[in-house]
Design a binder for this molecule. Structure first.
Ligand code: ADP
Length: 729
C-alpha cells in the first residue's frame, strides 16, 4: 500500500464539532449498520457510500481502493452512489481523477479550487463543492472517499469530526477486508495452480509408458501408475498404502545387490528397501536391471531408476522409481546376437576367404578360410595391412584396386597373395562396400589357384593343338599339291594314251580292211575256187577280222570320247525313223532265232546327236538279241518326266526289254566297265568285246546328256533303258 505523509491541510477551517463526544458513537452506529448488512467487501462499499451520501446530501460518493504496492499509483472504483454514476467514474477521466486523489496528503475541501487537471471534469458534472478523504490505516493508504457535489459548505463542516471518526474506522475495516480479499485471491490462484499441477502429474503418470511407483521414505507405496499395473498385474488399490517394492522383487536378487552395495558404499546395507534407496539417498545415480515377479508368477527383466524426493529444506519425503520392461529389448538383442552368430559361422566356414578392412586398410576381422589359404594365424593377420599379404610382383595393387572399386563401383578382380611359407596363391577379390560411417569394407577372396592352373594347362594344350593343326595343314597342303601334280601328270598320260590309241587304231584299220576285203574276195571265189578246208579257214579269217575291226572301232570311239576330241553332231530328226532303222537292222538276227520282235515306236521331234543315239540303241538291241533264245524282244519309246529335268525340258526313254538269260545282281554293276564280260557256260558261245555297254553309257552321259539304266533278273530277262533329253541346246 502506498505510504503517505499525514499533514494537515492548511486551507481547512478548524472543525467546530471536533470535540463533540457523540461523534465516535455515531460513527460506530453507522458502521455497525453497514457491517450488519454487508457480507463481503463489495457490499461494504455499496452500503457505506449510500450512508455517506445520505449523511452529507452529496450528489455522488465514490469509494476508491488503492491497489498499488510500492510507489506505483493505481486505484479501482470499489463503489459508487448513485449507481448510475459508475460508468462516469470508470470512464476515461478516472486516471486523472485518481492520480489527483492519490497526491492529496490529507482531507481537502474543493470549493472550485480543485487541481487544474480535474477542475473541468468536476465542474462539467456540476460538482462545485467536493471533498476528498484519504483512507489511511496506520502509515498505509488504503484508498480514498470522494464526496462530490455537496449542497453547502456549512453542512459538511458540521459533520467533519463525525466523518473523520467514521473514515478512520472505515480505513481499518477496509484494510482488513482488502487484505482478506487479496489473501482469498491468492489462495484461489494457488488452488488453481495446484489443480493444474495435479492434473498435469496425473496425465503424465497415467499415460507414461514407464512403470512409475512412488513411496514414503520407508518404502510404503504411495502411487502406482497404470503402466506398472499392466506390467505387474497388481492394481494400485492393492498396493498404495499397503505394500513395499519387496512385493514384486526377487529376495535373492535383493540380497545379492545388498552385498554388492555394501562393498561399494563401504557400509552395511541390509537387504530390504534400503537396497533401492541407499544410492538415491546419497544423491548417486541409481539405475539397475532387476527381475520383477508379476502377480501371476512371471519373471520379467526391468530397467529401474530410483530418485529421492526432497522438500525445500532438502529432507527426503519419499522415493520415485521408474522402470521399463526389457523383455522385448532382450528378445531383440538375443535375436540379433543369434543372427550375428549365424552370420559369423557362415563367414567362418564359407568357401571364400573373408576380410573386414578398416578405412586405413588394416584387417579387422578374418575368417578361417582365409587363414587356411594364407597359413597365417588370426593374431598375425590382424596386425597386417593389405599390402603385407600380396605377392611381391603385385606391389600394392590390391589396395589400389579396392580403392578404385569404392570410387568406380567395379566389382571384382584377380590378384596374387603370398602364404606364410613363402608360396603364392591366386585369388579373385570381390568387395562389398557399404559406405559405413567408419569407412570399413567387406572383402571376399576366392582361391583360384587351381582354376588358374587349369586355365594355363588348357592354354598350353591349345597352343600345342594349334601347332599340330598347323603342321598337319601344311602336310595336307603339300600332299594336295603333290596329288594335283600327279593328277596333272595322269591327265597328260591319259591324253597321250588316247591319242596313241586313236592313231594306232587308225593305223590298224587299214591293214584289217585289206584282210577282210581279200579274205571275202577269196571266200566268194571271185579269183578262183577254193576247197572246203580253205573255205573254213577263210571264214575264220573273215570273222576274226570283223571282230577285230569292231573292237578297234569301239576302242577308237572310247579313246575319242575320253580324249575329248569328239564333237557332238546335233541335228533335228524324228525318233520314229531312228527306231525303225535300228529295229530293221536287228530284225533278221532275232527272227532267225525264233524270238518275237515287238515294237512300240513313238513319233517325236528330236534334236540331238542322231548317229550316237542310233549307236546306243543298236548296242542294247544287239545285246538283247544275243542273250535271248526264246520269248520276245521289245523295243519301246515314251516321253517321261524327270525330276532332274528343268521345266520345258522333255526326257525320252528308249527301252529294250527281253526275256533272255538275265544278269545276276552281283554282275549288274560290272557290265558297264570296259572289257568286262560275264563268263558263264551259257554265254561262252556269244561273241563280244566287252566294250559295248561301257561305250553306250559314255555316249549317253557325255554326249547325249542322259543315262542308261538296267533292271534284270537271272533267267527271266533284262530291261535296258536310255533316258535322254529330247532336245539338246
Ligand atoms: P559284249 O560285247 O560282250 O556284248 P557288252 O558291254 O555289250 O559287251 O556287254 C557286257 C556283258 O553284259 C555281256 O558280255 C553280257 O554277258 C552282258 N549282257 C549285256 N546285255 C545283256 C542282255 N540283254 N542279257 C543278258 N546279258 C547281257
Amino acid at each position: 500500500m502506498a505510504q503517505v505523509q499525514d499533514h494537515r491541510d492548511s486551507t481547512m477551517k478548524p472543525d467546530a464539532n471536533e470535540k463533540d463526544p457523540t461523534f465516535p458513537v455515531m460513527a460506530m452506529d453507522i458502521l455497525s449498520n453497514v457491517l450488519s448488512r454487508a457480507d463481503n467487501p463489495g457490499d461494504l462499499g455499496t452500503y457505506l457510500t449510500e450512508e455517506i451520501r445520505d449523511l452529507t446530501g452529496a450528489r455522488c460518493v465514490l469509494l476508491l481502493q488503492c491497489l498499488n504496492t510500492e510507489a506505483v499509483t493505481a486505484h479501482r472504483v470499489v463503489s459508487v452512489n448513485p449507481l448510475r454514476m459508475r460508468e462516469w467514474a470508470e470512464s476515461q477521466a478516472e486516471n486523472r481523477l485518481y492520480e489527483c486523489v492519490h497526491r492529496v496528503p490529507a482531507k481537502q475541501l474543493w470549493r472550485g479550487e480543485e487541481p487544474a487537471e480535474i477542475a473541468g471534469l468536476l465542474r462539467g458534472e456540476g460538482f462545485e463543492l467536493s471533498m476528498v478523504f484519504p483512507l489511511n490505516a496506520g502509515e498505509f493508504r488504503v484508498g480514498a472517499m470522494l464526496v462530490l457535489g455537496l449542497p453547502d459548505e456549512e453542512h459538511i463542516t458540521s459533520m467533519l469530526s463525525l466523518l473523520d471518526n467514521l473514515f478512520a474506522i472505515v480505513a481499518l475495516v477496509l484494510r482488513n477486508a482488502f487484505i482478506y480479499e487479496k489473501q482469498e485471491q491468492v489462495i484461489r490462484e494457488r488452488e488453481d495452480d495446484l489443480r493444474r499441477i495435479t492434473l498435469f502429474q496425473r496425465t503424465i503418470l497415467d499415460n507414461a509408458p514407464y512403470g512409475i511407483v512412488s513411496t514414503t521414505p520407508e518404502g510404503i507405496v504411495t502411487s502406482f501408475n497404470p503402466a506398472v499395473e499392466r506390467m505387474l498385474g497388481y492394481t494400485a488399490d492393492e498396493m498404495v498404502g499397503k505394500q513395499t517394492p519387496a512385493c514384486w522383487h526377487d529376495p535373492e536378487e535383493v540380497t545379492r545387490h545388498a552385498l554388492r552395495l555394501s562393498e561399494e558404499l563401504g557400509e552395511t546395507i541390509t537387504p530390504g528397501f534400503e537396497v533401492f534407496a541407499a544410492r538415491a539417498r546419497r544423491n548417486l545415480l541409481e539405475e539397475n536391471e532387476w527381475t520383477f515377479i508379476c502377480k501371476d508368477g512371471r519373471r520379467i527383466p526391468v530397467n529401474l531408476s530410483i530418485t529421492a524426493l526432497r522438500d525445500e529444506e532438502g529432507h527426503i519425503t519419499g522415493f520415485v522409481g521408474m522402470g521399463y520392461d526389457l523383455t522385448e529389448r532382450k528378445r531383440a538383442e538375443e535375436a540379433l546376437r543369434r543372427s550375428e552368430e549365424r552370420h559369423r559361422a557362415i563367414l567362418q566356414t564359407a568357401m571364400d576367404g573373408f576380410w573386414l578392412v578398416d578405412a586405413q586398410g588394416r584387417l579387422v576381422e578374418v575368417n578361417e578360410t582365409y587363414r587356411r589359404m594364407s597359413g597365417y594365424s588370426a593374431q598375425e593377420l590382424l596386425t597386417m595391412r593389405i599390402p603385407d599379404l600380396e605377392a611381391a610382383e603385385m606391389a600394392g595393387q590390391t589396395a589400389a584396386r579396392i580403392q578404385k572399386i569404392m570410387v568406380q563401383g567395379e566389382d571384382r578382380f584377380e590378384s596374387r597373395h603370398c602364404r606364410k611359407d613363402g608360396g603364392c596363391f591366386d585369388v579373385e577379390i570381390s568387395v562389398q562396400y557399404r559406405p559405413a560411417e567408419d569407412g570399413s569394407m567387406v572383402v571376399f577372396l576366392r582361391d583360384i589357384t587351381e582354376r588358374k592352373r587349369a586355365e594355363e594347362e588348357i592354354r598350353k594344350l591349345n597352343d600345342e593343338l594349334e601347332q599340330r593343326v598347323w603342321e598337319r595343314t601344311a602336310l595336307l597342303q603339300r600332299k594336295t599339291e603333290e596329288l594335283e601334280q600327279a593328277n596333272e601328270r595322269l591327265k597328260e598320260i591319259d591324253y597321250l594314251k588316247s591319242r596313241f590309241i586313236a592313231s594306232m587304231s587308225h593305223e590298224l584299220r587299214t591293214p584289217l580292211n585289206a584282210i577282210i576285203g581279200f579274205s571275202s574276195i577269196l571266200l566268194n571265189e571271185w579269183v578262183g575256187s577254193v576247197n572246203a578246208e580253205q573255205k573254213q579257214n577263210l571264214t575264220s579269217i573273215l570273222s576274226s577280222g570283223r571282230h577285230l575291226l569292231n573292237m578297234i572301232t569301239d576302242v577308237l570311239d572310247v579313246a575319242h570320247i575320253e580324249s575329248g576330241t569328239i564333237a557332238p553332231c546335233i541335228k533335228e530328226f524324228d525318233l520314229y525313223d531312228l527306231l525303225a532303222e535300228a529295229e530293221s537292222e536287228a530284225a533278221t538276227a532275232i527272227r532267225e532265232k525264233g524270238v518275237e520282235l515287238r515294237s512300240e515306236l513313238l513319233r517325236h521331234r528330236m534334236r540331238t546327236d542322231r548317229g550316237r543315239l542310233l549307236q546306243c540303241v543298236r548296242n542294247i538291241l544287239s545285246n538283247a538279241a544275243k542273250f535271248t533264245d526264246k520269248g520276245s524282244v521289245t523295243l519301246a519309246a515314251r516321253i517321261v518326266s524327270s525330276f532332274e529335268a528343268t521345266p520345258g525340258e522333255e526326257m525320252v526313254e528308249i527301252a529294250v526289254t527281253d526275256t533272255g538269260i538275265g544278269i545276276g545282281e552281283e554282275d549288274r554293276s560290272r557290265i558297264f566297265e570296259p572289257f568286262q564280260r560275264i563268263v558263264t557256260p551259257k554265254r561262252a558261245i556269244v561273241t563280244g568285246t566287252g566294250l559295248g555297254l561301257f561305250l553306250t553309257r559314255k555316249i549317253a552321259t557325255e554326249i547325249l546328256k542322259g543315262d542308261v539304266l538296267v533292271s534284270s533278273e537271272c533267267g527271266k530277262g533284262s530291261r535296258f533303258s536310255l533316258r535322254i533329253p529330247a532336245r539338246l541346246p
